[in-house]
Design a protein around this ligand. Structure first.
Ligand code: NAD
Length: 355
């Protein structure tokens, strides 16, 4: 019988990449559970929506009754939990939704998953997985040296990372207290196709094409490790198929870049693929703006455990992945123009430290 994977947040950036991967490259049946907040759009899964192995249900992970009904009906073998409020700047302006969805919502998912898991027969209980997708931001900020490993103590600095840290702790508690076979992955910054244009790379692409200033926070020296989203999705699948319950795996791309390097690379790719009408470089549009409050200086991931134990490695370098990404945005203007025409027009977020 084909296994069933319940994906929460499957209309978002990473969730939609996972759904497309599972429908395109596996036999799993997939139920995509998503509230369709501003960040979720079904246009990201349109390419697989007609598959008989795919279904979508609009629901809120905080709604215990709705979630219980979905577990009872779909009867999943695997839950991959990605639904979250995910944008640091929005968490500074309005933390409420982050606490609700990321902490309370994860708690409701754990309750429902545990009840479901306890009702399975012994064989299915053994192979059931609750996979919680989290971020390297829970580890706080690094200086110029060193890497986050799985044992690095948590030290979250933003409402977003604190809410994700809280959810990670809940997942581990459900493993230790109730035996729920849970795995956690903490991943670095993702980029790639279908990325909501409020995040750094797509924001720079769409602003560059619009002839607008490319707003770089502070001096652009903050360092992030970048991972192509399709590599992340392959890592997720590897972990829920072969990872050990109770374990955490760091996922990263071995691609540390300062923000200004990233923006300059985007500009260089656009210069080649879609030169400015006046022939000048897109980098002329770079402008420095006030830094994000509490902006973490550097994140860097050591993903050696995932390679050593489960044999996962990224296929893309930052250069190959970024080239694919810029080309995708140029070829898929209708996708991001529809989002811009909806609610988000590229305005600056996250300066209001309201708390
Ligand atoms: P995203 O914001 O693009 O997508 C989140 C999805 O969750 C959206 O489709 C949204 O509609 C849905 N959602 C939000 N609240 C919900 C609720 N209450 N009930 C049901 N659905 C809800 O986020 P993303 O970038 O795809 O990130 C997915 C997950 O991966 C998040 O948990 C995030 O913390 C984690 N993560 C992201 C990155 C990254 O670089 N983007 C890196 C590491 C980990």
């Amino acid at each position: 019988m084909t296994s069933r994977v319940l994906v929460t947040g499957g209309a978002g950036f990473i969730g939609s990449a996972l759904v497309r991967h599972l429908i395109g490259e596996s036999d799993y049946r997939v139920l995509n559970l998503d509230k369709l907040t501003y960040a979720g759009t079904l246009s990201s899964v349109a390419s697989v929506a007609d598959s008989e192995r795919y279904e979508f249900v609009r629901a809120d992970i905080c709604d215990a009754q709705a979630i219980a009904g979905i577990f009872a009906r779909f009867d999943p073998d695997v839950v991959v939990h990605l639904a979250a409020e995910s944008h640091v700047d929005r968490s500074i302006d309005g933390p409420d939704a982050f606490i609700e969805t990321n902490i309370v919502g994860t708690y409701r998912m754990l309750r429902a998953a545990t009840r479901h898991w306890k009702g399975l027969d012994r064989g299915r209980q053994g192979s059931f997985r609750f996979h919680h997708v989290s971020t390297d931001e829970v580890f706080g900020s690094l200086g110029p040296e060193g890497f986050f490993v799985e044992e690095t103590p948590y030290d979250p600095r933003s409402p977003y990372s604190a809410s994700k840290a809280g959810s990670d702790h809940l997942v581990r508690a459900w493993f230790h207290t109730y035996g729920l076979p849970a795995v956690v992955t903490n991943c670095s910054n993702n980029y790639g196709p279908y990325h909501f244009p409020e995040k750094l790379i797509p924001l720079m692409i769409v602003k560059a094409l619009a002839g607008e200033t490319l707003p770089v926070y502070g001096r652009g020296e903050n360092v992030r490790d970048w991972l192509f989203v399709e590599d992340h999705v392959r890592a997720i699948r590897r972990v829920f198929e072969a990872g050990t319950p109770g374990e955490t795996y760091n996922v990263g791309g071995n691609s540390e870049r300062t923000n200004i390097e990233v923006v300059r690379q985007v500009c260089g790719l656009l210069d080649g693929l879609r030169p400015r009408p006046d022939g000048k470089p897109y980098a002329d549009q770079i402008g420095y703006v006030a830094d994000r409050p509490g902006h973490d200086m550097r994140y860097a991931i050591d993903a050696a455990k995932l390679k050593r134990e489960l044999g996962w490695e990224p296929r893309e370098t930052f250069e190959t992945g970024l080239a694919k990404t810029v080309a995708w945005y140029l070829a898929n203007e209708p996708w991001w123009r529809a989002i811009q025409a909806g609610q988000y027009g590229g305005e600056r977020l996250g300066l209001e430290a309201k708390g």
